[in-house]
Design a protein around this ligand. Structure first.
Ligand code: IVH
Length: 712
């Protein structure tokens, strides 16, 4: 099916009233929305981001509002959800599973608009007191209706088309968070109770699942795939015919309402408002999100919207907005419903984290070590709060897996501070003849051969410092704060210096004169003087910084420090044999060989000699004994945010003290250092009985490891 999302109605003949045009566009929107609803609800494989679906839906709603004759019963605006899959037994929802209206204004003002609407529909005078609302999270999973009879879970059904759902009890039983039997005494429960809520997948569970899926694919297992996002993975798990497969896909649940309820004990409903209902559900054993709040008036809703917008990225699961509900049940009744939506609730979404855009080119960038990285150049798109124009495709395998081609329409995601990524391609929108991307076999910058080692994912340019891109990156590396530090020597300036031919090796940097500098584009005399000063200051450096600044492959900051300490002088290092290098703490064969190869090359020795001749200097001394390594043999895992130390700082400190820092918790972990919002790693540590430290405890241990368990 080839659906053109963007073109206008295609109507070209004279149609001054626009009647035909509207009719055609409405038909087109029907088709599009039916198609996307089918992909989303039935196939669990959406082709476009939610934001795009919402836009099309709203366009149709507006069109129908302006031209009521277009509002036919088969219009997607008149339906609640997806379809029912024939593979599953179906069930009629005695109380339909409705949808909620989405507020179109994504800013805080959308909250005031809802409050104003509710007040108007209730005919409240202006000076009437604030309305009480329950503010909830809008979970990004799939709606589920859980039916309990006499307190026992007898059925779980999806929303389906809102009226008929699919029976998926076998899979829902695998969700540990869903009570199979309610903890309340049966004489406080209604005979029939349908609890409604959202089944979802936590982000860490999703990542782990995709990692397992990738491993299966790598092992050649047929029919396995990775999932686009947690909601998709959750929907796929719920729709498994085999509950053993569902059980391997960890799901979670939040309750947010009721469906059919029959025969309360003593005919007395034990709550008078929605908030009390949620408390009751919690008391019965259902997870209810702790963020849920009871708030007053528009100001209360706005406050909640702003608070959750800040917390959103730190939550362990995806939400796409918040939901406001009128708290008082009799007011809810009074407000009632319009076709598919209650008037007493609204979904207030956050700006989308996924959007559609097109790939204008796939560039290949060359890094400092020659690594070639394919980067998708995108038509600018506002997503996750910033305008995105680039997204890395990482390497050839990744680019192939996603099969991104120039001209493709792609879904781009940017969540939190994570770098933007291409989630997938909208295959329907692919232009004919779009070519499969292949990594160039020669460096796109210098034309040298690009080679890929058998066991490596990356191609590398073999041009070394002959390649201007590698050279630029080498200058940047040398001038960075943690290396030789030349203040003000950034990417733009380096590009100009290299492209104009002013510098081609590191020593050239120290030979530039003021006259040459001021001739560069947009270089005022004052800035030029500052750069020269910074170059002068940089000449007095330290041996570890200098070694690190040379950019020897596999020599990071910590290794540079070790090499400097072990050999004491640069000449000692230059002359060291591989055997001697292997004596250095933490230096293995790969690092030893890399260092040796680097200094064996005459042009590297020449560069070092010239840098010295330019006046670069550092203190040297006799080889030093390694400081006693207090934490040798201990393995640490860092999780959450520490109050003062960044994770990188903590890692460097620990490694300097001889400890290893690992990514996951196991029996072998000596300590877990946990900060705020520590997640599953902390839980695992507690389960395994591994000592947990906070920042103060970590510092105490580094300074005095005898004080073990300083703050466990
Ligand atoms: S209440 C009558 N509350 O959003 C109102 N729905 O269009 C029934 N959703 O697919 C829904 N979080 O699964 C409600 N806190 C929340 C929700 C929520 C997510 C989903 C729901 C449905 C869609 C509503």
């Amino acid at each position: 099916m080839n659906l053109d999302l963007f073109s206008d109605s295609g109507q070209e003949k004279a149609d001054p009233s626009g009647v035909n045009q509207n009719f055609l566009r409405a038909k087109q929107l029907h088709q599009l929305l039916h198609h996307h609803a089918h992909c989303y609800y039935t196939l669990d494989a959406p082709e476009v981001p939610d934001a795009e679906y919402d836009r099309l839906f709203r366009e149709l709603q507006t069109l129908e509002a302006e031209n009521p004759t277009l509002k036919t019963t088969d219009s997607p605006t008149q339906r609640v959800g997806g379809e029912v899959l024939p593979e599953f037994q179906t069930v009629r929802h005695q109380v339909p599973m409705l949808s909620i209206r989405t507020e179109t204004d994504n800013e805080s003002s959308g909250a005031s608009a809802f409050d104003a609407r509710v007040r108007r529909e209730l005919n409240l005078p202006e000076d009437a007191p604030d309305i009480e609302y329950v503010a909830e999270l809008k979970f990004d999973g799939l709606a589920m209706s859980l039916r309990y009879e006499h307190g026992i879970l007898v059925q779980a059904a999806t929303r389906g088309d809102g009226e008929y759902g699919e029976v998926v009890t076998h899979n829902i039983r695998t969700i540990g968070q869903i009570p199979l039997q309610l903890t309340a005494t049966t004489n406080s429960l209604p005979e029939v109770l349908e609890v409604r809520g959202e089944v979802y997948m936590r982000r860490d569970d999703f990542d782990a699942l995709n990692t397992r899926q990738l491993a299966k694919i790598a092992e050649g297992e047929k029919g396995e795939k990775t999932f686009v996002n947690p909601r998709n993975a959750a929907a796929g798990a719920v729709r498994q015919l085999d509950s053993n497969i569902a059980a391997q896909r960890p799901l979670s649940f939040f309750a947010y309402g009721l469906g059919e309820v029959l025969r309360w004990p003593g005919h007395a409903v034990p709550f008078k408002n929605h908030f009390d209902l949620l408390q009751t559900l919690r008391a019965w054993g259902f997870p209810v999100a702790i963020q849920t709040q009871c708030v007053k008036g528009a100001a209360g809703l706005i406050g909640f919207h702003e608070l959750i917008a800040l917390e959103r990225d730190a939550l362990p699961y995806d939400i796409d907005g918040v939901v406001y509900k009128v708290n008082d049940l009799s007011l809810q009744n009074q407000l009632g419903f319009v076709t598919r939506e209650p008037r007493w609730a609204v979904a207030h979404k956050f700006p989308a984290q996924e959007e559609l855009t097109t790939v204008q080119a796939i560039d290949v960038q060359v890094g400092r070590t020659g690594k070639l990285t394919p980067v998708a150049k995108l038509a600018p798109v506002f997503v996750g709060g910033v305008t995105v124009t680039n997204a890395t495709l990482h390497n050839e395998d990744e680019a192939r897996r996603k099969d991104v081609r120039v001209g493709d329409t792609v879904i781009v995601r940017r969540a939190g501070d994570v770098i933007p990524e291409v989630v997938g391609v909208v295959i329907d929108k692919r232009v004919e003849g779009a070519e499969i991307f292949t990594m160039p076999r020669i460096c796109p910058v210098c034309g040298s051969a690009a080679l890929r080692d058998e066991d490596e994912a990356d191609y590398r340019c073999s041009g070394g410092l002959f390649c201007s891109s590698q050279r630029k990156q080498a200058f940047l590396h040398f001038a960075q704060r943690r290396a030789v530090e030349v203040d003000g020597l950034g990417e733009k300036l380096i590009d100009q210096l290299v492209d104009s031919g002013l510098v081609s090796t590191l020593p050239d940097l120290y030979k530039i004169g003021l006259t040459a500098l001021v001739q560069l584009d947009r270089m005022a005399e004052k800035s030029a003087v500052n750069i020269l000063k910074a170059l002068e200051v940089s000449k007095h450096t330290t041996l570890p910084r200098f070694i690190y600044g040379l950019g020897i492959r596999h020599v990071g900051e910590a290794t540079a420090k070790e090499l400097a300490r072990h050999f004491g002088t640069l000449d000692g290092l230059i002359e060291a044999t591989e055997e001697e290098l292997l004596q250095v703490a933490d230096v293995g064969p790969i690092v030893a060989q890399s260092v040796r190869t680097f200094f064996q090359q005459a042009h590297h020795q020449e560069i070092v000699a010239q840098l010295r001749a330019c006046g670069l200097r550092w203190e040297e001394g006799p080889p030093a004994e390694r400081a006693p390594q207090l934490l040798t043999g201990k393995t640490f895992v860092l999780t959450g945010t520490l109050p003062n130390l960044s994770r990188e700082d903590a890692k460097v400190m620990l490694e300097a003290a001889g400890a290893k820092v690992a990514g996951s918790v196991s029996q072998k972990t000596s300590y877990v250092v946990a900060g705020e919002e520590a997640g599953s790693k902390l839980e695992k540590a507690l389960a395994l009985g591994i000592p947990v430290l906070d920042e103060a405890g970590l510092l105490a241990l580094i300074h005095d490891p005898l004080k073990e368990g300083a703050s466990t």
